[in-house]
Design a protein around this ligand. Structure first.
Ligand SMILES: NC(=O)C1=CN([C@@H]2O[C@H](COP(=O)(O)OP(=O)(O)OC[C@H]3O[C@@H](n4cnc5c(N)ncnc54)[C@H](OP(=O)(O)O)[C@@H]3O)[C@@H](O)[C@H]2O)C=CC1
Ligand SMILES: CC(C)(CO)C(=O)C(=O)O
Length: 325
């Protein structure tokens, strides 16, 4: 099985090391100092008090790596549209595209019962992504582990090993089953779920509220999820998100208060959006929040609290040079 990981950062590096060391033919697309370090020392994964190293083929050019069975995007969501044309050499007629990212995926309406196909402008501006990578190639993937890349070529694993997979149309296809098997052999939990959007939403439910609120208030998850006034704002955002998702057929397996309690248990953790803001890096606002407001408009569901927080977090991010939308 040939697998290319496009974006060998915190999540991509974790996937790449584990799959390569389990015998999968893994290559990575990386750039800059990260690419140089991977070429020189291999990809290094610090996990459970030890280091695992994988010498993988690495390039900044997809043309060097050629057609694959599976291409993972483990880019931050805003990094995908600008590079989709450069991914073309990785695709053969049957190559699948695994979207291992947070937020609303570009293929959201593909294979969704009762809905016509339409693009989600927030994550697929001008339909650029779905034109370059038709959504029929997509396999959904919800990323649960927490990892970071403290220096080029190095990934530090903090928690979790689950990557839930699912076909947009809910089928148990041969390609998704084969991928799940390979990932399980590599030591991950990789269940295939028939209703992948339900799973995407449970993750997104926290992200759509806590990530922007953390960027606006500089507070950690425990504070956002327990301090009455902030918790109230998060809860209102989540209930609007739930109404949007349910209007599009999603079923939530837990209630909003349990989901908030789960976030509180994570403790004094800075969300990825707050970390990006503090480091002056682009923030994943569009996949986590703009896309949800857009789905709300498509479903005819009002999202006043989400719209308000979106306006504020965009302004905050623009002022910090972390957002161009
Ligand atoms: N890390 C985590 O714990 C979790 C992350 N996620 C989600 O997973 C996704 C990936 O996140 P994460 O791994 O943390 O992000 P990272 O920023 O660590 O990784 C993204 C990688 O993509 C690289 N990249 C960007 N553009 C290009 C390009 N044009 N060519 C080659 N490489 C490129 C980046 O390089 P460079 O550094 O040079 O920009 C970076 O190495 C996000 O959607 C995130 O929300 C979900 C759950 C947990
Ligand atoms: C920690 C958590 C769950 C916050 O919503 C997250 O996924 C993130 O930081 O992006």
């Amino acid at each position: 099985m040939k697998v290319c990981i496009f974006g060998a950062g915190a999540i991509g590096g974790y996937l790449a090391v584990r799959m390569a060391n389990a015998g999968v033919d893994v290559s990575v697309v990386a750039r800059g100092p990260n690419l140089a370090a991977i070429r020189e020392h291999g990809l290094r994964l610090r996990i459970d008090g030890r280091e695992e190293v994988a010498k993988v083929a690495a390039s900044d050019s997809a043309a060097d790596l050629g057609p694959q069975d599976y291409v993972f995007t483990t880019l931050k969501a805003h990094s995908l549209p600008p590079v989709v044309d450069r991914m073309a050499p990785l695709f053969g007629p049957d190559t699948a595209f695994v979207t291992a990212m947070n937020g609303v995926p570009y293929w959201y309406f593909h294979g969704l019962a009762g809905q016509d196909w339409r693009t989600v402008e927030a994550v697929d501006p001008g339909g650029r992504v779905s034109l370059a990578i038709p959504p029929g190639r997509a396999i959904g993937c919800v990323v649960y582990p927490a990892t970071e890349s403290p220096e080029p070529g190095v990934v530090e694993h903090h928690d979790g090993d689950r990557f839930t997979l699912g076909e947009p149309d809910g089928s148990k296809s041969e390609r998704v089953n084969a991928l799940s098997k390979a990932m399980i052999e590599a030591g991950f939990k990789a269940p295939v779920r028939p209703r992948i959007r339900d799973e995407i939403w449970v993750k997104l439910w926290g992200n759509l509220a806590f990530n922007p609120l953390s960027a606006l208030t500089h507070q950690t998850l425990d504070v956002l999820a327990t301090q009455d006034d902030l918790r109230g704002v998060a809860r209102a955002m989540m209930l609007e998100g739930k109404a949007v998702a349910e209007a599009l057929g999603v079923k939530f397996s837990i209630d909003v208060d349990k989901r908030i309690a789960g976030a509180a248990e994570v403790g004094a953790h800075k969300t990825s959006m707050l970390q990006d803001l503090e480091r002056g890096r682009p923030m994943e606002i569009d996949a986590l929040l703009t896309g949800v407001c857009e789905l709300g408009a498509a479903a005819g569901v009002a999202t006043p609290t989400l719209d308000l927080v979106l306006a504020l977090v965009r302004a905050r991010a623009r002022a910090a040079g972390c957002y161009e939308g």
